[in-house]
Every structure is written in C-alpha cells, then in structure tokens.
Write a protein that binds this ligand. Structure first.
Ligand SMILES: [Mg+2]
Length: 224
C-alpha cells in the first residue's frame, strides 16, 4: 500500500467474531432457549440468518429483526451471556489489552450487536465505554427482549456506514472485522483501510475485499 498510514487516527473494531470468538446472539439464544423443545431449530435459524447477513446475501436490518424474536431472551440472560463472552475473547486480542488501554482514545467498537453485553465485556479489555457504538434492546414490562431500537443507525441496513458518516471520527480510519458490514465501511469511503480478521472465521466474500488479511491481532501495534 502506497499510503501515509499507519498511524490511524481512528481504529474501528467489530465485536462479534472479532473481539470475541463467537456471534453473541447465538450464545444468547443458547442461554435463553436452554430446556426449550425447539432450541436446536431456533439456534440453527439464528445462525443461518447471521451467516447470510455477514456474507452480504441478506439485508442486515431484516436479519436482525428476524433474529431478536427467535432469541426468546430476557434481561436476566444478559448477565449469564457476559460471563460466557468473558471466556471467549479472541486469544490474540487478549494478549494486546495493554495496547488497547494505551490507545483507548483512538479505538472504537462499532457493532451490530448490543451495548447491554458488549460494554461490560470490552471495558475489562481496556476499551472506553464512550467509544462503544452498538444496538440497544427494547424490553417489555416482563423484562423480555422483544426488539432492537430501530432508531439506532446500527439496527439499519448499512448501519455502520450511516453511523460513521454521522460521527465524523478523525481520519485516517481503519476498520478491523470479519464481516461484510465491516468491509462496507471502506467501500462507502468511511474508512481508508479494511483489515479482515480471520482468526475466528474466514469468510471468502469478505477476505477477497480486504486490504490485508489478519490471521490474528498479533501485529496490531505495528499496523495501526
Ligand atoms: Mg463480526
């Protein structure tokens, strides 16, 4: 790359399958649906919708609005989910929590996941809560999670791009993630560079579009 960076003024990192090894909505479903007769089918349906959205074959807003009701989740399940996710941090990122802490001002988490569980997980790794941008759950009076707040940019198709356009974070910006929505930030001009993280999952359609494929966060301090 014949470019003047790094260093990047803004480092934007995805959450699911990037900061953690898993897709957290699937883990939330597994917790919430424990003991349900149709658990396998519902978790499978959620996984299918996630994969289609991440590969760019299903609109993100449609995938999200179809997944939330399948979860059958309540507020109390979030506490258990955070415990599970704390144990599923991407190993090479865990090794760099010192770097994250030292660079926290210019590091952002932008995720189609939910603040309710992302914030408690990433704060322990040194990320700043005010630099976390994610969806928020809507619950009914019984504490059941019934939807994502549709006014949040991140619940919408191309949400990451809409959010970044709104935030006007300092440039140059790099986006690190595993999914199609991460690549879209570069395609839309909202990030100069896209690194595809493949430590947890290798998606052909995403890796093919990356400026660089990161097998892990091993080289993070040198490349951002
Ligand atoms: Mg992801």
């Amino acid at each position: 790359m014949n470019t003047p960076f790094p260093p990047f003024a803004s480092i934007i990192i995805d959450f699911d399958s990037t900061i953690v090894q898993v897709e957290s909505l699937e883990d939330l479903a597994a917790i919430a649906l424990a003991g349900c007769d149709d658990r396998e089918e519902r978790v499978g349906a959620i996984t299918d919708l996630t994969n289609q959205a991440m590969a760019g074959t299903l609109r993100f807003d449609e995938a999200l609005s179809r997944r939330v009701p399948l979860l059958g989740a309540k507020k109390e399940h979030i506490v258990e989910l955070v415990r599970v996710l704390d144990e599923k941090i991407t190993p090479s990122l865990k090794q760099h929590s010192g770097f994250i802490r030292a660079n926290a001002e210019r590091i952002y988490v932008v995720s189609g996941g939910f603040k309710e569980f992302i914030c408690p997980v990433v704060e322990k790794l040194g990320f700043k809560r005010e630099n976390v941008y994610a969806n928020e759950f809507i619950c009914n009076e019984q504490g059941e999670i019934i939807a994502a707040d549709a006014t949040n940019f991140l619940s919408q198709e191309n949400g990451k791009t809409k959010l970044l356009r709104h935030l006007q974070l300092p440039r140059p910006r790099v986006i690190i993630g595993d999914g199609f929505s991460d690549y879209q930030l570069k395609a839309s001009g909202e990030a100069e560079v896209f690194y595809a993280l493949t430590e947890n999952i290798f998606r052909d359609t995403v890796a093919a579009r990356a400026d660089r494929i990161l097998a892990s966060f091993e080289d993070l301090p040198e490349i951002v």
